[in-house]
Design a protein around this ligand. Structure first.
Ligand SMILES: [Zn+2]
Length: 363
């Protein structure tokens, strides 16, 4: 069932994006993923460009960094195109829309890539010592048990709650979601090298943004914070010009995961933080727009179930389908109110970015 600009599957979302981009007069390009979706269909990352090829100022809108979260981000991108918001771009500006940078996770309703990697923990320098996470090491066997019986789930949840009672819930969230590089079959794994999605994003940036001197980014996410509220999260730490500029553009509701005031844990290896080094000629100003869905314990339960399913179960079985429904419900709220909140706040954040790009007096 299609609901406005939102889709019920990756294939539907891709078709809606290509149709809306074509109607907008965009030039399209596509990157084929090596795997297929659960329906056997092809997986691609699609790019749409509107505006002069040599534009100095470029608005960049990205969906599906965390796969399943693309059901939200794709809807926001399709809506933005259908509303013809691009007609508000200044003459020296262009827009690059990147649809489903992690198409495997989108199609399989997973947060991770086909390498079981969290793309936003993958943009680290693998030639250097990797970040350590002793809390995760302590919890790993409770996070990823081999069987998923009721008894095991209860026992594992008790281990996690005991950790929270001893160290606090914030410490639990940091241990669980801060990222880890020691357990390839675990949650929030940062990888042992660049993933397909990282390499593809780097290629897209090199192909489209090497001429740009001013780049404004919105990356769409879901799963953290109050239901329906969009928190603009700045990747740059407080005190840097990037942070000051993003605050200037997005206002006092913006937070920084490096500053400790965000719903997100402190992380390393997210692509927004890496963007300035990928675009050395450009002034980069970006936010992750994080939409709240359900309470975080339900999100973590869904992630752990899905992690078990792909490590030890059969994703195409009836049990697998139930876990996939649990995943979608954790990252996409199937109500008109939630979808309306997504679109309204998306329009605001993207217009703020366009306005910021047009101004010359930003910090
Ligand atoms: Zn996310």
């Amino acid at each position: 069932m299609t609901t406005g600009p939102f889709s019920a599957s990756f294939a539907e979302a891709r078709a809606a994006f290509v149709e809306a981009a074509t109607a907008a007069g965009a030039s399209l390009s596509s990157h084929a993923h090596p795997e297929t979706g659960p329906d056997g269909g092809a997986l691609t990352t699609d790019c749409a460009w509107i505006g002069p090829a040599d534009a100095a100022k470029v608005l960049v809108l990205v969906s599906g960094t965390h796969g399943v979260e693309g059901f939200c981000g794709s809807g926001a991108q399709v809506d933005w195109l259908r509303r013809r918001e691009f007609t508000h771009l200044a003459p020296d500006s262009a827009v690059l829309l990147v649809h489903a940078i992690n198409p495997y996770g989108f199609a399989w309703k997973r947060r991770v890539t086909h390498e079981n990697v969290d793309l936003n923990r993958n943009f680290v320098d693998f030639s250097r010592p990797l970040p350590e996470n002793p809390g995760y090491v302590q919890l790993a066997s409770a996070v990823t048990p081999e069987d998923w019986s009721e008894e095991t789930q209860i026992a594992c949840r008790r281990v996690l709650l005991d950790f929270a009672r001893t160290h606090g819930f914030e410490a639990l969230a940091q241990a669980m979601s801060g990222g880890q590089y020691t357990h390839p079959d675990g949650l929030f794994f940062g990888g042992s090298g660049p993933t397909w999605s990282r390499t593809t994003l780097e290629t897209i940036f090199a192909d489209h943004l090497s001429q740009a001197t001013d780049v404004g980014i919105v990356d769409f996410h879901t799963g953290l914070g109050p239901e329906g509220y969009a928190e603009p999260i700045i990747a740059a730490p407080p005190g840097t010009p990037e942070y000051e500029r993003a605050m200037h553009w997005h206002g006092l509701a913006a937070t920084s995961h490096a500053g400790g005031d965000s719903v997100s844990a402190q992380i390393a290896g997210d692509w927004l933080a890496a963007a300035p080094s990928l675009l050395p000629r450009a002034r980069v100003t970006g936010v992750a727009l994080e939409y709240g869905t359900v309470p975080s314990n339900r999100v973590l339960d869904a992630l752990r179930a899905d992690n078990w399913l792909h490590a030890y179960g059969d994703p195409l079985s009836p049990e697998g389908q139930a876990i996939k429904a649990q995943m979608l419900a954790a990252f996409y709220i199937d109500t008109d109110i939630w979808r309306g909140m997504v679109l309204g706040q998306s329009l605001t954040a993207v217009r703020q970015t366009m306005r910021g790009l047009a101004r010359t007096d930003s910090p």
